[in-house]
Design a protein around this ligand. Structure first.
Ligand code: ZN
Length: 310
């Protein structure tokens, strides 16, 4: 434990330097938009250029490094423009090494390490609420306790004041954070023929909730975790599932706004709009390599367009 604390304080001072020099402007940007924007996004490549050993530490001990980075910002006690509340944003790293890593190749050697991979979102759960700070009350002497809930959390039982085992949780007075689970699958174009695409469960917290939708291609940067078995047989056999606690996710799709239209394109589109056979042209442009199936192609094409009756 002594080692961990020593590591933490030296990491914190490295991040203090990082955030007051090359990321100074980014911090200010987030501060001004806080709490609407609650995360400082740090490009792995910037960190690597700043200090390679810090970047290496992020890969091997991401939890510690993220904690250090967040503490480095918090310890500066920056005042919010509104004058109320404290500035304690998340720090989210992205662009980690190995973006071509496939889910099927993520093995137990990456346990608790930072992994970066691409995939397509196949499922997303409803938003759940996870306790961040739990409140306990002693039934014997009414003393109240607030306990931070982290990994490997053990429920307190004994009251420090009266030494009785009389603590009970006061659920509705805890503080909560949003949590959502999603499933990501290897990109189909990268899966070799015949084999099944590997899947990974990812956990999204707070401002990552509802950021991705099924069908979307994304890049995930997160910490690989073991899932504690829930069924008895698995528990007995020490069989663990896995999941990735997401630190950062970003969409790989090209937004329509990003597509640049030249004047030439515009001219062609207007021309096509006057073409009486434009429907047929669109229908036949669906999967042109496949012969026939005109009704199916028509159905697909029609699904691409939507709108309301005026
Ligand atoms: Zn008590």
């Amino acid at each position: 434990m002594a080692d961990k604390n020593q590591d933490l304080s030296s990491l914190i001072s490295s991040f203090e330097e990082f955030f007051t020099t090359i990321y100074k402007e980014k911090i200010t940007d987030v501060l001004l938009a806080y709490p609407r924007i609650r995360s400082v996004e740090v490009d792995y490549n910037d960190l690597e250029r700043f200090d390679t050993s810090l970047a290496d530490a992020l890969i091997v001990t991401p939890e510690l490094v993220v904690e250090a980075a967040e503490q480095a910002i918090k310890s500066r006690n920056m005042t919010l423009p509104s004058g109320t509340g404290i500035f304690e944003p998340h720090v989210k790293f992205f662009n980690g090494p190995g973006p071509d890593l496939m889910i099927e190749n993520i093995g137990s050697k990456s346990l608790n390490e930072l992994v970066t991979f691409k995939g397509v979102v196949t499922k997303r759960t409803d938003v759940m609420h996870k306790v961040k700070m739990a409140k306990y009350k002693c039934q014997a002497c009414d003393t109240e306790y607030k306990v931070l809930v982290g990994r490997n959390f053990h429920e307190p039982k004994k009251c420090d004041a009266c030494k009785k085992l009389a603590l009970v949780p006061v659920e509705e007075e805890g503080t909560f954070t949003d949590l959502q689970k999603a499933e990501v699958q290897d990109l189909l174009e990268k899966v070799s023929g015949g084999s099944l695409a590997a899947k990974m469960e990812i956990w999204l917290e707070d401002d990552l909730v509802n950021k991705i939708t099924p069908g979307e291609n994304i890049e995930v940067c997160g910490i690989m975790r073991l899932k504690i078995p829930t069924n008895v047989k698995q528990k007995r056999e020490f069989v663990y599932g896995r999941c990735v606690e997401a630190i950062h996710v970003r969409s790989l799709k090209r937004d329509f706004e990003e597509i640049e239209l030249t004047r030439e394109d515009e001219k062609k589109i207007i021309e096509l709009s006057h073409d009486p056979s434009v429907e047929k042209k669109i229908f036949s442009s669906v999967a042109p390599a496949i012969y026939g199936y005109n009704e199916v192609k028509q159905a697909f094409a029609l699904q691409l367009f939507g709108g309301y009756k005026k």
